[in-house]
Design a protein around this ligand. Structure first.
Ligand code: NAD
Length: 411
């Protein structure tokens, strides 16, 4: 099943519960606009390279469209379309005034110099600057992009449209960003994980955790959960997994990765395992925080965790989701679990527009407030309708977007 088909599958399951008509389903699922552009650049060695960039704007019935920019060699239009749609439901679940969008370029950033990355980013903005904007569509970081890339986006967009830091979020704090944005998605994953553990009657100190992906989201989630007394026994990145039965020292692993071009390659304080082995470890909690589609019907039967928190977008294939749910595994779905990033992006955008800003304590407090409210609503809906947390989250998101669409007038 392709990525967008998977989102449709979850959407339809919730739409059945909401008794949505076929016409309404088609309206809510169809993206408003899909843009595909040529990104041609000169590489450092003088070679010409032609890449393809995408921006999918899915829905704007609740506000300007919002979504990250992914630079990864597996990016294609179908994936970007599915991620744009997930953003629509995610912003609605946490009830912030945005729609959904996503962008991406199929490129392996690990093989680019900083200058090449900057040229690709600026060229992409040259091609799409007219269709994005602080009132229409606001990009943010995702896999392969970071605060520095966001600063280039702001700078390039401002060349065409004048100074406006609200064009993009996830910017460096020194450059119109907000404290706490970088940690926000991982921190949000941590906050929601503790809430779920509490609801399930698990104590953090008895919870062994395996986390796939040690980038922005995975590393901040690992740090937060270790500080909350969980035992993080395994972490991983593209170089493989690192396991210690007694629990890893996450600060030490972070220090190592920071000094090693953000890679865990060669980290010797733990046993080296594969990314596949990490998913199947004997742990209570599994957090996929890297790529989509890593849990399939093939490996799902071997997964031992009783709770899976989807820090990555769409890490579980629908057939695996069914197998795990039937076995009683609780899954905290991506459209709630990783919504911390877009929530703090919203704070950043609102403050950019008012030339005002909050300190870190206030950002953390408001983040917790918004995520907790969304968690309670999703939890209550899942109990009320006897559905999974995923179906409940989709029901909440779809009903908010559907209502705004109807109230705004469809034709
Ligand atoms: P990142 O680029 O900072 O980190 C990605 C991590 O995954 C790295 O450690 C990388 O080595 C690892 N990785 C890449 N390919 C892998 C593979 N084949 N096997 C194992 N590990 C691999 O990205 P990120 O921002 O941390 O995003 C991770 C996930 O979280 C993505 O699915 C993204 O869509 C989602 N997400 C991110 C944010 C955000 O604010 N950054 C918000 C919501 C959702």
């Amino acid at each position: 099943m392709k990525s967008f088909e998977a989102v449709k599958h979850y959407f339809n399951r919730a739409a059945d519960k909401l008794e949505l008509t076929e016409n309404m389903r088609t309206l809510l699922l169809t993206p408003k606009r899909e843009v595909q552009v040529q990104v041609a650049i000169e590489m450092d060695n003088g070679e010409l390279r032609t890449l393809i960039g995408y921006r999918v704007q899915h829905d704007n019935s609740r506000g300007p469209m919002k979504g990250g920019l992914r630079f990864h060699h597996e990016v294609d239009l179908d994936e970007v379309r599915s991620l744009a749609s997930l953003m629509t439901w995610k912003t609605a679940v946490v009830n912030i005034p945005y729609g959904g969008a996503k962008g991406g370029i199929a490129v392996d950033v690990s093989k680019l110099s900083t200058r090449e990355l900057e040229r690709i980013t600026r060229k992409f903005i040259d091609e799409i600057h007219d269709v994005i904007g602080p009132d229409t569509d606001i990009p943010a970081p995702d896999m392969g992009t970071n605060a520095e890339v966001m600063a280039w986006i702001m700078n390039q967009h401002n060349k065409y449209h004048g100074f406006n830091p609200g064009i993009v979020t996830g910017k460096p704090v020194e450059h119109y960003g907000i404290p706490g944005r970088e940690e926000a998605t991982g921190r949000g994953v941590g906050i929601l994980t503790l809430k779920t553990l509490g609801r399930l009657g698990h104590k953090p100190k008895n919870t062994r955790v395996a986390i796939q992906g040690f980038g922005n989201v995975g590393s901040h989630a690992a740090k937060f959960l270790q500080e909350a007394d969980c035992s993080v026994v395994a972490i991983s990145d593209i170089s493989g997994g690192y396991y210690s039965k007694e629990g890893l020292d996450i600060l030490d692993a972070l220090k190592y990765a920071n000094a090693n071009n953000r890679s865990l390659e060669g980290y010797s304080a733990a046993k080296h395992i594969s990314n596949e082995q990490l998913l199947e470890l004997d742990v209570e909690l599994l957090i996929p925080a890297a790529l989509g589609g890593v849990i399939t019907s093939e490996n799902a039967p071997r997964i031992k965790a009783s709770l899976i928190v989807e820090a990555a977008n769409a890490p579980i294939r629908p057939d695996a989701d069914d197998l795990l749910t039937d076995r009683g595994v609780i899954i905290l779905p991506d459209i709630l679990a990783n919504a911390g990033g877009v929530t703090v992006s919203y704070f950043e955008w609102a403050q950019n527009r008012q030339f005002y800003h909050w300190g870190l304590d206030r950002v953390r407090q408001e983040l917790e407030h918004i995520l907790s409210a969304a968690f309670e609503e999703v939890w209550a809906l899942s109990r009320e309708h006897d559905v999974s947390l995923r179906t409940a989250a989709f029901m909440l998101g779809i009903s908010r977007v559907g209502r705004a669409t109807v109230l705004g007038g469809i034709t």
